[in-house]
Design a protein around this ligand. Structure first.
Ligand code: UDP
Length: 482
């Protein structure tokens, strides 16, 4: 093989279709492109706009080769309405089931693309459990992209392995997760994801088993993390759980966007003029604004929004509150005169710009892993408010291990869609927000958060842990092709 053939290395990226998976995949594709690799993202028609805007935004960068291929989404066969191609548009458990069925049905069209374009490697989201066997058919390595922390992988692994939640007298009894971890990690049964206690819907338990098998059989795992953030758990993942892995994040930090404020759109256009939002922040004192965003898909009721609004009123600080609009906004939750001290963004917020602004001093987060990492990168302490997925595990990492956050006091895992009766009172919310922003404890957390920010910068700098892992991975993949 000639060196130019070797240099011409093409990776296919296959993301799960949800904002929290597509954003890091887009960043990852750009990151590999900076190492001279041709990055191709494969998705479905309704999701292309999400990627094309970012690709166009960055296409002036000379030599960056990123492109997009599409496969038709199998609405009819999966029984989903037309246009419903992203997990953020699912609003019932039945639709979730059908969505995963649609992902399975994409296997055949994806194989056709591999056959036609013959890439050298596949990087697939862990939810696409068939990706590894498909890559095997074409003799190329498949890397699994895990969108979450080492910490949560370790917790899930040991919950499934030791079932420590069994034989507790109640769901609110605390127990310690067994394992030779660097810290004592305690949970109650009600905080655990149903799949990790084998109580979830049958299809999800089966899916997670397939995901585990495929991940073990794959070439290795790409982690959206950096070593210094959770070193004890990265070591455990490798030495005890036996995974070959590369930590190459925080992805976004690898790019110097300069003053390119547009870069904040990241697929979805912000629902507020980004310059206007920045100007509003520019007028505020350092560390004085609280940013509240409970993710791209969280199940937050009007009653809960009302409690948040009352807490923000009582707090008396500037704030930015993001309200994901999924239905007609009734405004019933808004107390009178509420918006005067804050900005309410109904829809999509330019989150990285806000978090990285010097005016922002705290982040109320649902503990999605991307948001946690973005909070870490910005050096901002957090109020942790987990809802579903592995968010309760991420909360423990932030509050008990890293000690850069205060728990709001959520004690029960709630499903992503459908009704639930969990309501965190305004008093609880206010208490957590005040502790985050005011007093000695707050200053300690801010100092520690800034140290993690520095560590993140160091990890992606020349010779740093993520920089080295990325380069080692690229070198290894090219050698594997040879
Ligand atoms: N996000 C954003 N604006 C919003 C809401 C979310 O930019 O108004 C981004 C956020 O910065 C993060 C991603 O969407 O990168 C959400 O991923 P995360 O893992 O935090 O949570 P999920 O929404 O997947 O539960």
């Amino acid at each position: 093989m000639t060196s130019s053939e070797e240099d011409h290395f093409r990776i296919f990226f296959l993301p799960f279709m949800a904002p929290g998976h597509m954003i890091p995949t887009m960043d990852m594709a750009r990151l590999f492109a900076t190492r001279g690799i041709k990055s191709t993202i494969v998705t479905t028609p309704a999701n292309t706009a999400f990627f094309t805007e970012t690709i166009q935004l960055h296409s002036p960068n000379p030599g960056l080769e990123i492109d997009l291929l599409t496969m038709q989404f199998p609405y009819e066969a999966a029984g989903l309405p037309e246009g419903c191609e992203n997990a953020d548009s699912l609003n019932s458990p039945e639709m979730f089931y059908r969505f995963f069925k649609a992902i399975d049905l994409l296997q055949h069209p994806f194989e056709n693309l591999l056959e036609k374009f013959q890439p050298d490697c596949l990087i697939a989201d862990h939810f696409v459990h068939w990706a590894n066997s498909v890559a095997g058919k074409f003799g190329i390595p498949c890397l699994i992209f895990h969108g979450s922390s080492y910490f949560s992988q370790c917790i899930t692994n040991n919950l499934l392995r030791y079932e420590p939640y069994k034989n507790l007298s109640s769901d609110s009894d605390t127990f310690v997760v067994p394992g030779d971890f660097p810290d004592e990690i305690k949970f109650t049964k009600s905080e655990l994801s149903p799949y990790d206690k084998k109580e979830g819907p049958e299809f999800l338990i089966e899916l997670m088993d397939k995901v585990e098998d495929a991940t073990r059989a794959s070439y290795g795992v790409i982690m959206n993390s950096f070593y210094e953030l959770e070193s004890g758990y990265a070591d455990y993942y490798e030495k005890v759980m036996g995974f070959k892995h590369w930590h190459i994040a925080p992805f976004s930090l690898h790019f110097d966007e300069g003053d390119n404020i547009e870069a904040d759109h990241r697929g979805k256009k912000a629902s507020i003029d980004v310059n206007e939002c920045k100007r509003w922040l520019d007028e505020k004192q350092d560390d004085s604004v609280l940013y509240v965003c409970l993710g791209s898909m969280s199940n937050v009721s009007d009653d809960q929004l009302h409690e948040i609004a009352i807490a923000l009123e009582a707090l008396g600080q500037n704030f930015i509150l993001v309200v994901i609009v999924r239905r007609e906004d009734t405004k019933e939750w808004v107390p009178q005169g509420f918006e005067t001290r804050g900005l309410i963004i109904r829809g999509w917020a330019p989150q990285p710009m806000i978090l990285n602004h010097r005016g922002v001093g705290g982040f109320v987060t649902h503990c999605g892993w991307n948001s946690i990492l973005e909070g870490v990168v910005a050096g901002v302490p957090m109020v942790t408010w987990p809802h579903h997925a592995e968010q309760f595990y991420n909360e423990k990492l932030v509050t008990n291990v890293l000690k850069i956050g205060i728990q709001v006091g959520a004690t029960k895992w709630v499903p992503r869609v459908g009704e639930h009766d969990i309501l965190i009172s305004n008093k609880q919310i206010l208490n957590a927000m005040s502790r985050l922003l005011i007093g000695e404890e707050a200053q300690d957390m801010r100092r520690r958060a800034r140290e993690f920010k520095k560590m993140a910068m160091k990890a992606i700098s020349q010779g740093g842990s993520s920089w080295s892992h990325l380069n080692a991975l690229v070198k290894e993949l090219k050698a594997h092709k040879r």
